[in-house]
Design a protein around this ligand. Sequence first.
Ligand code: AKB
Length: 340
Amino acid sequence: MARKPVVLVTGASGEMGHSLIHHLAERGTFDVLAFDLRPMDTEVARRCAATRVGDVLDRYLLDRLMSEFEISVVFHLAALLSTRAEFVPETAHEVNVQGTLNLLRLAVEEARSHGRPVKFLFPSSIAVYGLPDLPGKRKAGKVAEPEWTAPVTMYGCNKLYCEHLGRYFARHYRQLAAQGASGVDFRAIRFPGLISAFTVPSGGTSDYAPEMIHAAAQRRPYACFVREDTRIPFMAMPDAIEALLTLMDVRAESLTTLVYNAGAFNPSAGELAEMVRAAFPGERITFAPDARRQAIVDSWPEDVDDARARRDWGFRPAYDLDRTFNEYLVPNITRRYAAR
Ligand code: AKB
């Protein structure tokens, strides 16, 4: 019996998964197998050819997927983000690293099964960077891929190691064995903080930006957990998904590396608050820094140098800060909460 050709999306119920599946459905060129620990909501499930609920640590279940589906692309989005991971670092390691290893193994077996390379799209993060202190962060400015990769969170350590795992699988897998290349075509983007109009984040340390906006749209006061002068790069979710899909489509010969920075805008928390107050008059935003979460964000760069992505595969964010705010966030978030 022929297996059903699909692209596999893990973490399908998460923020990126929700948006990616929407974009893949719009494209209409792939059938999507959505996989998550939690059941997909109907909005996501109806856009998929199939959905499965399970754990990326369950290798038996992953083998069952391979018995039913022929997987040509893996979008491995399942992860415990930086804040949540700090409460259960060993579990985060299991999910973020062993889970990724299990999916890389699946990609090897699928490539050998159908005889074609399997593209493995991996969302890494600015969390792989570790700036030593605020003066060092400000002096470093736009950080390029080879710089400051000394993460201070378990999540950042996991993401950096998984980049190396992907490189190993793509270029050095079982290098002493007789059998040839793995067939895994690993491609990663180090995403900044992502802001979605359609989902509310959970478990991230960059979440203060989307939390502030979603709170304002619900007319709820917001106490920001970082200082007003805190500055890191962000990106509108549509640009993040478009970047993943563009990187997926690019010919391998055009890529000079496997891991790329991608940035869009980097307002301070105070600048963002001003925009939110202007868009939602009367909104009460206060600043009550949480010293521990602040220390994490202070270790992340003010901005990223994404010249390689722009050169190798034409990365260009469509949304700058103003357009993100005025065309994407405010109208859609206002509509989301008005409908409630
Ligand atoms: C987090 O805050 O953990 C993530 C990230 C920056 O990768 N949003």
